[in-house]
Design a protein around this ligand. Sequence first.
Ligand SMILES: OC[C@@H]1[C@@H](O)[C@H](O)[C@@H](O)c2[nH]c(CCc3ccccc3)c[n+]21
Length: 465
Amino acid sequence: MDITPKAPIQTQVDTDLARRFPPRFLWGAATASYQIEGAVHEDGRGSSIWDDFSATPGKVFEGHTGEVAADHYHRVEEDTDLMVRLGLSAYRFSIAWPRIVPEGRGAINPAGLDFYDRLVDTLLEKGIQPFATLYHWDLPSPLERAGGWLNRETAYAFADYTEIVARRLGDRVASWITLNEPWCSAYLGYGIGVHAPGRTDRQGAIDAAHHLLLGHGLAVPRLRAQVPAGTPVGITLIVNPVYGADERAETARDVKLAHAFSNAWFLDPIYRGSYPEGFFEAMALNPPPIQEGDLEIISAPLDFLGVNNYSRTLIRGAQEQPLADSCQAVAPIPNACYTDMGWEIYPHGLRDLLVNVARDYPVGNIYVTENGAAFPDTWDGGETINDPRRVSYLRSYLTACAEALEQGVPLRGYFVWSLMDNFEWAEGYAKRFGIVYVDYSTQRRIIKESGYWYAELLNAFNNNN
Ligand SMILES: OC[C@@H]1[C@@H](O)[C@H](O)[C@@H](O)c2[nH]c(CCc3ccccc3)c[n+]21
């Protein structure tokens, strides 16, 4: 009889969880330039629409800005050491366009390229694969003054910027992501104005989305021309699984509308070369200014899809058909649990969306490029921070990933959002997503319980492989 004391049951469970992931599965954490770097006036960086938006009274919680953020720009050594301590095999970060081409087009800022060059080299020295996102929302301000993503020219400027970065870093970046969540840039930024640049024009959202997609499609061949053959290139989309709250026909109808608005609006042009049938009519808007050949460019073949998922949408159909972006998600759900963002915790949604996307679209490989939770973490000055709800959230969503893998989904990696607490857009620093706590008054990093949990899971995984 084996009398060896077993690890506490929970650790045993997590060791079992680690065993459900295949060899070479990539374990990472994700961040974004404007949310962590700070140093917004340093080394030739130009202004971005998020500098302008956060400086505009009333746009961001208590007027918070990314001027200092988590000061990552000055802490690359310390923060990459944190990644080693957590046992990450990959790190997803974004490159600030305003550091590379301060005016958006034209003159290149060598110090900006030098910063990311050093970051990539440091990651490689420490055995961490660099996953670079080229655009995570910090559009150079001069381009916005010329119309931003409403202006087709911005798509071409993005492709030029992409080539500049790829020429310098292409030999060492492991995988490339063109855009992070163009849905957010278009709808939150140009449609309803809760994100930069704060425009409120639903037709503008449709037009901006098209130019973001065009920028993506123009950038893919420019990227591939600068990087070693076989370097994976993809895009990251927010994918929100939509469920019906009942069996009524109106609900089934509105679930379809909400899926088109939340997901197919971008998945279809990229992977099917056309916008969803009837989508613009369902928005009561005009199609965007599509030019001959655009959809061909937009549907450039990719090597992977990056999926960001945090929650789900539950719909109860209305009597009258609503606009696709006004299908009412149901009121708080009895017995549901929510994060500090008010997002329902529903891990089955991640499993279901991974299975459905892999079935419905020729995505090749998939990475979960963001998943995580905000909770009101507090620090008493001690050595760590208890965040059991985040541990529970991560365990349940990673179990969903394991279930998707067991159903044959080609899931190749997972990036927790986020490596560290950071500037949470319109919520400023009021929302904490990190598995590492940041005390902004001192910039001290304190690994949370969830960080130690993640490190143990990754260690168990490495011991199995
Ligand atoms: O809100 C947490 C993270 C952001 O910090 C990331 O920058 C962004 O990629 C990201 N996307 C989502 C889901 C869409 C969303 C973003 C921001 C606000 C509300 C919803 C959640 N997150």
